[in-house]
Design a protein around this ligand. Structure first.
Ligand code: GRG
Length: 309
């Protein structure tokens, strides 16, 4: 009986994993299509090629999936979310292009191909990254994007706050300054919540804002998003230590070589795993109140915890 039960649940979890992979691929294709069309409609420039190289046909586009899943919490149509997905992917790809530069993490490979600065040179990579940053705000403020201008304004402000000197950029500054230094748990969590968590924070905040939720609800979802980002970063740190560079599309085992301050390096594998597990439980508990509407988001969070790429 027990064996049959285990076999059944293994089959079920395998099926769920396959479904999530399919969902990620489907969403990534949708966002790529949106961005290709968007850029096609604009006057072309020399930077379009390095921009496309940095953002299209690569990466899981998991932040977009999180936005679409969060939309399901409030029954928001995809049409109202697609611009937000594209804008978030612009900011994310911009941060990766800049992160790979020699003055930052100096990484020659990203998403299984040469990093943007290797392919197009440093100057073009800096400019393409900066152009993706501004493109994000163009996409949100686009006339054809049919959400109320008051909401657009709030989204622009929040995305700017998440990306700037109190958000991702500061997280990156701390990450670089913490190299080869002994930092405590709270300092590392603060750095990772800024570097990685802030954009996930925005993903959930955006869904709550478009759904016209109360300030209290928006705050709750922002902080939940930040925790999802922290979980994502923790799994990234595990993958850097134990994952496959082929599946990840980038070199692994870099964190310890560079003396990066990560929870994994500080706590060791067992404690870091237990920390991640309790963080995930906490996130899933908080989503409980959304009932069936949270199913997709919960599946994606489980994928984040177990992912191999
Ligand atoms: C102000 C946006 C901004 C950037 C400048 C360079 C920089 C400051 C920030 C870097 C932030 C950074 C690289 C965070 C790491 C987050 C992370 C775990 C990235 C990997 O994300 P995946 O796995 O990548 O989603 P794919 O390739 O799948 O898109």
């Amino acid at each position: 009986m027990l064996i049959n039960f285990l076999k059944k649940s293994l089959k079920k979890s395998h099926k769920v994993k396959l479904m999530i992979k399919k969902k990620l691929i489907k969403n990534a294709k949708k966002i790529d299509k949106f961005l290709i069309n968007y850029l096609k409609k604009q006057k072309t420039s020399l930077l379009v090629r390095p921009m496309k190289y940095g953002i299209i046909s690569g990466g899981k586009k998991i932040r977009s999936t999180i936005i679409l899943d969060a939309g399901k919490l409030f029954n928001i149509s995809e049409k109202k979310l697609i611009n937000i997905c594209a804008a978030v992917e612009c900011i994310h790809s911009y941060s990766l292009i800049h992160d790979d530069l020699p003055c930052m993490d100096n990484d020659p490979i990203r998403r299984g191909k040469p990093s943007t600065h290797i392919k197009y040179g440093e100057a073009s990579a800096v400019l393409a990254g900066s152009s993706l940053l501004t493109l994000a705000f163009e996409i949100i403020t686009e006339k054809k994007y049919l959400v109320h201008s008051k909401i657009k304004n709030e989204l622009v402000r929040s995305l700017a706050l998440c990306s700037g000197h109190n958000g991702i950029a500061e997280g990156q500054e701390l990450d670089l300054k913490f190299e080869k230094k002994k930092k405590n748990i709270n300092q590392i969590i603060d750095m990772q919540k800024k570097k990685t968590g802030k954009l996930f924070n925005f993903c959930l905040y955006a869904a709550a804002t478009i759904a016209n939720k109360s300030e209290k609800e928006k705050k709750l979802l922002s902080s939940l998003g930040e925790d999802i980002g922290l979980l994502f970063q923790l799994s990234d740190d595990f993958l850097d230590k134990k994952g496959s560079s082929k599946l990840m599309g980038k070199p692994v085992k870099k964190d310890s070589k560079k003396g990066k301050s990560t929870l994994l390096n500080l706590m060791g594998e067992n404690k870091a795993f237990l920390y991640a597990e309790s963080l995930k439980k906490n996130i899933l508990n908080k989503l409980g109140k959304h009932g069936k509407n949270a199913k997709e988001l919960i599946n994606t969070i489980n994928f984040i915890f177990e992912r191999k790429f």
